[in-house]
Design a protein around this ligand. Structure first.
Ligand code: GLA
Length: 671
């Protein structure tokens, strides 16, 4: 025997939940600090059981079974007899989709407390290193750009340690064949159903194998588990596709539409909204909002959303977060008067909150300066003139919830935009003992979930839209509470092509909140035709965000046309199958995508010239149609076979100008 291999032979074996300290030198999924200061743990199989259905993860968002989509669960119980720790690995397989979800529940069976210092949710050991890694990276106003790299020796990590899933990296990774594309090749997609610090890592080992891990970021994470207590690791959704990246996305979309998004608006048509943020910023009052609503109602828009600036004495972003009572100077006559007036126009009313935040200039801060997350004796870092409220503490949540409920009870409010505009720093408080300080990151996220659950329980008809400085918390955790999420603070249609394209890797169109805004665009200064702004926003939860009172007659007519299109195409966009046809990350002239109805009788193609090159010609080949069927382009009346549309394509060679675009609707003809 070769003694040198006695320990490291563990490196050659695949593990489902590898522990630290036993000689598997790859990254581990589980690590502890026991009462004696030791970090080794040896979890061994004890038993397993299988049953129909899917268990709930207490206090955490997760996918669920429905009557139509059955699933079965496998629970494997593991045990370390030295430290008396039990870990139950939970796997659920969905009957009709290539999906397995994973999580783990850790229980302290001993008399003594111990600390969990790493508790990831999923580990998959692949027998190959010949894979590419696809991730969604970006920054504020430039979220979820698709990036693809070949795996190489060592560790390739995407993560967040910002307290939110982040603009910078999304909790998503796909590992795929080197030659996989939208339509072919094997793809494994991983998405974390969590909105805080995450960790997703692929590690290529000495033996040319790949370990993939996903879960709560171990960085600065600790959790003290007393005798008898349990800790639940959030869920990882694992999708398999043998028909390329496109099929992986469609599987995520189906799963999230049916088995993650809940409530009234799961199936109900979302109202077309007008949000006043880019129309007025902080400079509005009751009269201005009613003027906008009047114009909106004439154009067929269904809801007015009053954004930031209606509370405390907020005239800019430097005050009043935490003071959730009406700013009388702006809302003359009060909130109920405004809401009633909007309702009289036949429109719904929605409102903006940023419930996790506190301004130093606020009554709340005067009364409770210690409610901001902070380390006593150290200065707090200001960001956007605000601090973060300590949502790990129930009294803080209760107080904020009380204020919100009072507002919601005071008028007919049917929608909330829940915003979160800064990341966490100096994480600590004066309440928890030292050995529990490192729990605040996760307890904070649990607090956010608890608040949103409370809202939905008390106001079950509410449409909740999450937002975090644009798209900093666009994750599956948030989708469990809000069927739509504000995708990005960049509303420029051309930039949005990239942002929405990347977002569509995982998240369905119905969740991608998208608005028509002004031109020149406020973020980029770019001029885009009104049609293109509509065509791009139509690929999501649709709305407007500009001063409607300043539109020309021609623009007003276009709004009416877009509203009609939104109604006509609602089902195919919101519930259809998405095919990404031309990637704005790979093609610097144009991009294109398509939705196909489940019965393949309809298809909707969107084509956008992202950067004009004079004389460029293109045929766009459709996907997902029935080659035998005949389809009519409803606009031109031309009829094509599905075969022709998919193999020859639609001829879109014309004299395109910058930022022009087109929507083509194809319907099956039977006669
Ligand atoms: C964030 C949101 C915007 C807007 C502002 C208001 O940036 O993403 O849509 O609500 O806050 O301050």
């Amino acid at each position: 025997t070769n003694d040198r291999d006695r320990a490291s032979f563990m490196d050659t074996l695949p593990f489902e939940y590898p522990c630290f300290g036993l000689g598997d030198y790859r990254e581990s999924a589980f690590k502890i600090m026991d009462a004696n200061g030791m970090s080794t743990c040896d979890l061994r199989y004890v038993s397993h059981k299988m049953y129909e259905g899917k268990p709930k993860l207490e206090g955490l968002p997760a996918t669920f079974a429905t009557e139509e989509s059955g699933c079965s669960t496998l629970e494997i119980t593991m045990y370390d007899k030295y430290a008396d720790i039990e870990v139950v690995l939970i796997y659920t397989a969905f009957d009709k989709l290539d999906v397995i979800t994973r999580s783990a529940v850790i229980t302290n069976k001993s008399e003594k407390p111990f600390k969990i210092t790493r508790a990831l949710s999923a580990c998959v050991d692949f027998d190959t290193d010949k894979m590419d890694m696809i991730t969604l990276n970006g920054s504020w106003a430039r979220e979820r750009a698709v990036e693809r790299c070949r795996l190489h020796h060592g560790k390739q990590l995407v993560d967040s340690c910002r307290g939110e899933s982040s603009h910078q990296n999304n909790p998503f990774v796909a590992l795929c064949d080197n030659n996989a594309d939208e339509d072919k090749g094997e793809v494994f997609g991983f998405n974390f159903v969590y909105s805080g610090n995450f960790y997703a890592q692929a590690e290529v080992t000495q033996h040319k194998k790949t370990r993939f891990l996903m879960g709560i970021n171990p960085l600065d994470f600790e959790w003290l588990l007393e005798k008898g207590e349990s800790f639940a690791c959030p869920e990882v959704v694992m999708v398999h596709s043998d028909e390329g990246i496109g099929k992986m996305s469609r599987t995520f979309h189906d799963l999230y539409r049916n088995n993650l998004i809940r409530g009234e608006y799961k199936d109900k048509r979302r109202p077309i909204l007008i949000n006043n943020w880019e129309a007025t910023y902080f400079n509005f009052d009751t009269d201005k909002l009613i003027d906008i609503a009047k114009e909106a109602s004439k154009l067929g828009i269904e809801m007015l959303v009053m954004d930031d600036g209606w509370f405390g004495h907020r005239d800019s972003d430097n005050s009043s977060l935490g003071d959730w009572f009406v700013y009388e100077k702006k809302l003359k006559g009060g909130l109920k008067y405004l809401v009633d007036e909007v309702n009289k126009l036949g429109m719904k009313f929605g409102i903006w909150f940023e419930p996790e935040m506190i301004s130093p200039d606020s009554e709340l801060y005067k009364a409770h300066p210690d409610w901001a997350i902070q380390i006593k004796g150290r200065p707090l870092t200001l960001c956007r003139e605000q601090y973060v409220l300590d949502y790990s503490r129930k009294e803080v949540r209760d107080h904020v919830y009380g204020m919100m409920k009072k507002i919601l009870d005071s008028a007919n409010i049917e929608y909330i935009k829940w915003d979160m505009n800064r990341q966490l720093s100096e994480v600590g408080n004066e309440v928890f003992p030292p050995e529990r300080q490192r729990e605040i990151w996760h307890r904070y996220v649990l607090g956010v979930y608890e608040m949103q659950e409370r809202l939905l329980t008390d106001f079950p008809d509410l449409l909740l839209e999450n937002c975090a400085g644009g798209g900093s918390r666009f994750d599956a955790g948030m989708l469990y509470y809000s069927p739509q999420i504000w995708t990005s603070d960049d509303t420029d249609a051309i930039e949005r092509c990239r942002i929405q394209y990347g977002t569509s890797m995982v998240y369905p169109a119905s969740s991608i909140s998208a608005h028509v805004s002004a031109s020149p665009n406020h973020q980029t200064g770019r001029l885009t035709p009104f049609e293109t702004r509509g065509n791009v926003a139509m690929a999501g939860a649709f709305g407007y965000e500009l001063d409607l009172t300043k539109l020309t007659d021609e623009e007003r007519a276009l709004v009416r046309k877009q509203v009609a299109q939104y109604h006509a195409y609602y089902d195919i966009i919101q519930n259809g199958d998405l095919y990404r046809l031309v990637s704005p990350f790979e093609n610097d002239v144009c991009c294109a995508w398509e939705y196909v109805s489940a019965d393949r009788s309809e298809a909707l193609l969107t084509f956008v010239v992202t950067k004009c090159r004079v004389g460029f010609t293109t045929f766009i080949r459709l996907r997902g149609l029935d080659p035998e069927k005949r389809y009519q382009d409803v606009e031109t009346g031309r009829i094509y076979s599905g075969d022709t549309l998919m193999n020859v394509g639609v001829n879109l060679s014309r004299y395109w100008k910058d930022s022009e675009s087109l929507i083509c609707y194809f319907r099956e003809v039977t006669e």
